[in-house]
Design a protein around this ligand. Structure first.
Ligand code: PLP
Length: 394
């Protein structure tokens, strides 16, 4: 007689989780599956960060912290933000993901609309559903560089719009908005003072062209902008679960109140570790970006050499989002016609033992996502398998 709430029923097991489960089942059956599905750096957390966590635990930083986050971490976040802010404008949460859900839980009611350019990170749509708001997805295909145009933004705005969610560098497309492109969006937003901006900048440090924060492109909109960031991607700290939001004090207070009744605040030891990450040596950021860029080049070149695939060159993050519509209508050796991105990905999983996520999971069918946060050897082998299996299609 178990019954799920309406809210829980709205949540689908994410397509990324489906792909991981299917890959895991094949692996358990002894098949050498290569998974390019997940979005976490394959580097270890820097040693000095681990050491800081150890010392914090020994020192007794093992109790509840302030719900909003420790003063030391909020100060460190404010100091490295790259724009004028202070610790009162900072909320520390259990990962950037909790910042997103805090923000929506604190601000949206049923019927409120959230504009999200597609392709978008799958969790955006799930969090919006969970918060009982309405996702307004604006398709931004490869032909427009995966960029939201000012015209498309203006068309999507209604009097029910609460937020625009903008992700740069973007997951899954790797798109990055230049300062001018952000300013052009801000010009539209200035005409609609009821629309708030959530700028998810978690991939800030994995960038191959100069990065501009929305806060710097449109400082006059700071009183309705929430910047989201965290240590997961830049410092290879996905498991430590520390992210933050920087925004106007009334919003931060409302989000803190929500957080107070869900987690009471982020992990004390992980917060101490994050202070060390933000204030310690930063040279690894450059080295890792260089390594990711080399992998990006390898993958973009390899995929573009395959008939039927077109892979735009991303400017940041560690994903490529190639189009596979060129293979639609072709038939597998088993006699099945490939009609969708999901068909192609499931064919590659079965035939090539390569796990990828279909574009429809990110709100833009006809593409797939490959994460290149894997070793060059794995990427080369994956590309070889994808090429061989795709060549079998007739
Ligand atoms: N935002 C985007 C665009 C992401 O891709 C991810 C993780 O994949 C997150 C936020 C969540 O990061 P965190 O680990 O800090 O919750």
């Amino acid at each position: 007689n178990f019954r799920r709430s309406r809210r829980a029923s709205a949540l689908n097991l994410s397509e990324i989780a489906h792909v991981s489960d299917a890959a895991e089942a094949l692996r358990a059956a002894g098949k050498p599956v290569l998974t390019f599905g997940t979005g976490e750096p394959d580097f270890p957390t820097p040693v000095h960060v681990i050491e800081a966590a150890h010392q914090a635990a020994l020192r007794g930083d093992t109790t509840y912290t302030s719900t909003q986050g420790t003063p030391a971490l909020r100060q460190a976040v404010a100091d490295q933000a790259g724009f004028e802010t202070d610790p009162a404008e900072v909320l520390i949460s259990t990962g950037a993901k909790q910042v997103l859900s805090n923000a929506l839980l604190a601000t949206v009611d049923p019927g409120d609309e959230v504009i999200v350019p597609a392709p978008y990170w799958t969790s955006y749509s799930d969090i919006i559903d969970f918060c009982e708001a309405t996702l307004v997805s604006v398709p931004c295909p490869a032909s427009s560089g995966f960029l939201l145009t000012p015209e498309a933004l203006e068309m999507a705005i209604t009097d029910k719009t609460r937020w625009l969610m903008l992700n740069s560098p973007g997951n899954p497309s790797g798109v990055m908005y230049s300062a001018d492109q952000l300013r052009a969006l801000a010009d539209v937003l200035r005409r609609y003072p009821h629309v708030w901006i959530l700028a998810d900048e978690i991939y800030q440090h994995i960038a191959y062209v100069p990065f501009t924060s929305f806060r710097n492109a449109a400082p006059d909109l700071a009183d309705r902008t929430l910047i989201v960031n965290g240590v997961s991607k830049a410092y290879a700290m996905t498991g430590w679960r520390i992210g933050w939001g920087i925004g106007p004090v009334p919003l931060i207070k409302a989000m803190t109140a929500i957080q107070g009744q869900s987690t009471s605040g982020a992990c004390s030891v992980a917060q101490a570790a994050s202070v060390a990450a933000l204030t310690g040596p930063q040279d690894h950021l450059e080295t890792r970006s260089t390594e990711f860029r080399a992998r990006r080049d390898l993958v973009v070149q390899g995929l573009n050499a395959i008939d039927g695939l077109i892979c735009p060159e991303p400017s940041g993050a560690f994903y490529v989002f190639p189009s596979c519509s060129g293979v639609f209508g072709q038939v597998t050796p088993q006699g099945k016609t490939i009609e969708t991105d999901a068909d192609y990905c499931s064919y590659l999983l079965d035939e090539a033992l390569v796990a990828l996520v279909p574009g429809r999971a990110f709100g833009l069918p006809g593409y797939f996502r490959l994460s290149y946060a894997y070793s060059k050897a794995e990427l080369r082998e994956g590309l070889r398998r994808i090429a061989a299996a795709t060549a079998e299609l007739k």
